[in-house]
Design a protein around this ligand. Structure first.
Ligand SMILES: Nc1ncnc2c1ncn2[C@@H]1O[C@H](COP(=O)(O)OP(=O)(O)O)[C@@H](O)[C@H]1O
Ligand SMILES: O=P(O)(O)OC[C@H]1O[C@](O)(COP(=O)(O)O)[C@@H](O)[C@@H]1O
Ligand SMILES: [Mg+2]
Length: 341
């Protein structure tokens, strides 16, 4: 069996560990071989791929990013679409395609599977917002980086008795903000799922300040005040036409200062959260995903993805995973909010 692998969407620490694990497990079988397509679906359209043997994945489990490169190329609409993909697969004897990506890449994989393509999915995103799985790799690393950053913001904030606002990623879902905020002991956590007034944020900041603390506020890039219709975006559109986010933290800082009279500084963590070496947890999860995805391919379980439920690997139809995003549920936010202020 000849299996193609590609990575799509934003990178996430752990992509290389998935690739490594699938290839290593595949090498145990004489009849299994891998090729890696370069830059996501773009590599398929351009017939740009590289063989992946044991030596090609040596030592990459601890490397961030993706050795294959990634893109947001759309397999249905871009270049020659499904017809071109079918030609490339046939010409290069590709029996299965392992698609490692977020909800967008997996939605594309699902569309192709419905057309009869042998697609297996592996869920990735630092945002942890894919349905059907408890966790995606990359999330734990992003939360750890954000927590470390906030620990640092606290010592400088405390020295100047300032309020510090840390902006983390999370376009539609506030998982990174929720988990890093709890870990860092933030006095307010602001997420896309929960619009909040500046008066409420000011109250939390003042309550912490009145107890002699320097307030720490963590905000997801996709958060909106109750007066805003859309997420804050001043950087135009990305390559696929989505508003580029980032900057809400620095936008909120002077508002908080005006409402509370407390000097406030905003910091945007940005892509630092996505780069560098994956945590041990993410390496383990990604390794298990890679091996489980190989099993799915060998069973011909097309149009499915691997997932984590509790502590076990399981199999989920792509349809279920791409239907809707996994938001932070109310009870998880309310649980954290007990400690705000
Ligand atoms: N329903 C869909 N059908 C086909 N391709 C899709 C679909 N939704 C998204 N895509 C493609 O997947 C790409 C990657 O999605 P994106 O959300 O940017 O990253 P991620 O895979 O990390 O979620 C998009 O740029 C788009 O080209
Ligand atoms: O700067 P980029 O690559 O356009 O990506 C920004 C987006 O990628 C993410 O980090 C992860 O999103 P995806 O997993 O859907 O790619 C978002 O939090 C963020 O909005
Ligand atoms: Mg996405």
């Amino acid at each position: 069996m000849r299996i193609g692998i590609l990575t799509g969407g934003g990178d996430a620490p752990g992509l290389n560990a998935v690739i490594r694990a699938a290839v290593l497990k595949g090498e145990k079988d004489a009849d299994t071989e891998f090729v890696g397509f370069i830059d996501g679906w773009e590599g398929v359209f351009n017939e740009n791929f590289t063989p992946l043997f044991r030596n090609d994945v040596r030592g990459i489990g601890r490397l961030g990013g993706t050795i294959l490169g990634t893109s947001r190329t759309n397999p249905i609409k871009d270049f020659g679409g499904p017809d071109r993909i079918a030609t490339v697969f046939e010409r290069n004897r590709i029996d299965a395609i392992m698609v490692i990506g977020g909800e967008g890449t997996l939605a594309g994989g699902h569309e192709l599977a419905k057309l009869g393509f042998p697609v297996i999915g592996v869920p990735k995103t630092i945002d942890n917002d894919i349905s059907g799985t408890d966790y995606t790799f990359g999330f734990d690393t992003a939360v750890q980086i954000a927590t470390d950053a906030m620990d640092r913001l606290r010592t400088t904030g405390e020295s100047h008795r300032r309020c510090m606002v840390a902006e983390v990623m999370g376009r539609h879902a506030g998982w990174i903000a929720l988990h890093s905020g709890i870990a860092a002991g933030a006095h307010a956590i602001l997420i896309p799922e929960r619009k909040t007034s500046i008066e409420q944020i000011g109250e939390w900041v003042l309550s912490a300040t009145n107890r002699g603390r320097s307030a720490l506020v963590v905000v997801s890039e996709g958060f909106g005040l109750d007066t805003m219709n859309d997420p804050f975006s001043i950087k135009g559109l990305d390559s696929v036409g989505r508003p580029r986010l980032g900057g809400i933290g620095e936008m909120l800082a002077p508002l908080i200062e005006a409402h509370t009279g407390i000097e406030t500084r905003g910091t945007t963590l940005g892509h630092i959260q996505r780069g560098g070496t994956p945590t041990a947890n993410d390496r383990v999860l990604a390794t298990r995903y890679g091996m489980a995805a190989l099993d799915l391919a060998k069973q011909g379980k097309w149009d499915h993805m691997v997932a984590l439920r509790g502590t076990e690997m399981c199999v989920v139809p792509l349809e279920e995973a791409v239907g809707q995003l996994k938001s932070v549920p109310d009870h998880r936010y309310d649980e954290a909010a007990v400690l705000f202020g």
